[in-house]
Design a protein around this ligand. Structure first.
Ligand code: DLL
Length: 422
């Protein structure tokens, strides 16, 4: 489709979606009324800027199903992602939503060079996370044979890769690195496996990381992007021929880039926060959903008419993505406050001692507990973080009053001028 055809389709679908959301979801009715806009104000694509944004906070306030636009009998599947206070953000799909989602993942995979009739080793986590099941359905739709291994059990994964001979692996970039390292440790040459293609996403990764993985694993590594609130994996996918960023499936989503501070829409090519409006979703239509992902929109290359997104250079909120797991400082706080010896004064530090991100939690003990009584509390915090958030963290219990108060918890506001990472 040409750009003009895509935009004509977007306008039609946008009008329908905005009306649909206004009629069916009380949160949208109220938001639009409060902002003094009505679906009939949408006459051209630029009019979308008149409509209010939707945030994770809106989903949290209407937890769990308040933003669903269909009765529960029509919701076939639920997924969830972590929320700022530990309360999950719940998303739902009708049968048709699941169908469209599978088609978009299949389309992304095909663009990345995955061939029907081949075996796909799917190491994205299965469960409430959208990665496992999203990739699974897409691979089946493309006509592949899926190995639904999920994440973890690295030795077993390696065994199955050797036994089944998959051409494609789907997982986070850091997990592929873990698999690589475990292969080397087991005396297996990672460049000589059956794998030819890796479809990687769920966390930011750089051009350097692509180069490293492609060389070390002897694969073509392509990006796949998405987020649960908007759909899951497959909102955008990358071509294995151009490898120049993921193409957004603009027949289903209308992207915008905004300045996260002034909230103004920015022209293509400028860096800012990515915002999505869904165009075909039934269960959870989203109008101008703020992803907090910082990137820019570029003209399409491998797909005419569909724009690409640049690499994600960071996020405009507190969320940290640690080896594919999303976590908020408030989640750490919630857990720490349940341990009597520990104070609410802590800092999170992300470092990369050996290619993989590591989280260190520095937390002050409370005055009333002597230092030697706090070693166990630190261990307990590490265990609770592992159980509730799913990440390993190094814990350092600090003396009272020693951590800087001004910065408090780590706040990650990335510089919008961060240069493109390839
Ligand atoms: O991570 C969906 C997904 C699963 C995408 C598997 C790709 C593969 P959430 O858990 O809701 O959904 O996390 C969404 O992860 O806002 C980005 O910050 C980040 N993210 C996802 N894909 C990429 C990517 C899934 N390719 C959040 N590059 C998003 C950079 C990514 N960041």
């Amino acid at each position: 489709m040409s750009r003009d055809e895509i935009e004509a389709l977007q306008l039609q679908r946008l009008k329908d979606t905005v009306q649909y959301a206004y009629d069916r979801v009380p949160m949208y009715t109220k938001k639009f009324d409060d902002a003094g806009v009505h679906p009939s104000d949408l006459k051209e694509l630029a009019d979308l800027a008149k409509f209010p944004y939707t945030t994770k906070e809106d989903l949290r306030q209407t937890y769990p199903f308040g933003m669903f636009a269909v009765p529960m009998e029509q919701v076939s599947r639920i997924h969830a992602s972590s929320g700022t206070t530990g309360k999950a953000t719940v998303v739902g799909y009708t049968e048709r939503d699941l169908d469209e989602w599978a088609k978009m993942v299949a389309r992304s995979m095909r663009l990345s060079g995955v061939k029907p009739g081949t075996i796909v080793h799917n190491a994205y986590g299965y469960g409430l996370f959208t990665g496992g099941q999203g990739a699974h359905a897409g691979a089946e739709r493309l006509g592949c044979t899926v190995v639904p291994i999920s994440g973890g059990q690295t030795e077993r994964q390696i065994q199955l890769i050797q036994d089944f001979g998959p051409e494609t692996i789907m997982c986070t970039p850091t997990y592929l690195l873990t698999i690589h390292d475990a292969m080397v440790a087991a005396g297996i040459d990672p460049t000589k496996t059956s794998l030819k293609t890796a479809v990687l996403g769920a966390e930011p990764w750089t051009a350097e990381m692509r180069h490293e993985l492609e060389t070390k694993m002897n694969v073509n590594a392509c990006d796949i992007y998405g987020l649960s609130e908007v759909m899951g994996p497959g909102v955008a996918g990358e071509s294995c021929e151009t490898k120049d960023g993921s193409h957004i499936w603009e027949d289903h989503f209308r992207p915008e880039i905004i300045d996260p501070f002034s909230d103004k829409v920015l022209p293509d090519g400028e860096h800012g926060e990515l915002v999505f409006t869904s165009l075909t979703k039934q269960a959870l239509p989203v109008i101008r959903y703020r992803t907090h992902d910082l990137t820019r929109l570029l003209p399409g290359t491998a797909r005419e008419g569909m724009r690409r997104m640049g690499r994600i250079t960071g996020r405009s909120d507190d969320m940290i993505i640690l080896r594919g797991v999303n976590l908020f400082p408030t989640q750490v706080e919630e857990i720490a406050l349940k341990i009597p010896e520990l104070s609410p004064h802590f800092q999170l530090e992300i470092s990369r001692p050996d290619r993989m991100d590591e989280l260190t939690v520095k937390i002050e003990r409370r005055e009333e507990f002597p230092a030697d009584a706090c070693a166990n509390a630190g261990r307990e915090l590490g265990e609770q973080i592992k159980i509730h958030i799913g990440s390993s963290a190094r814990i350092e219990v600090a003396e009272p009053g020693t951590l800087a108060r001004s910065s408090g918890k780590l706040r990650r506001i990335y510089d919008l001028r961060d240069k493109e990472q390839g």
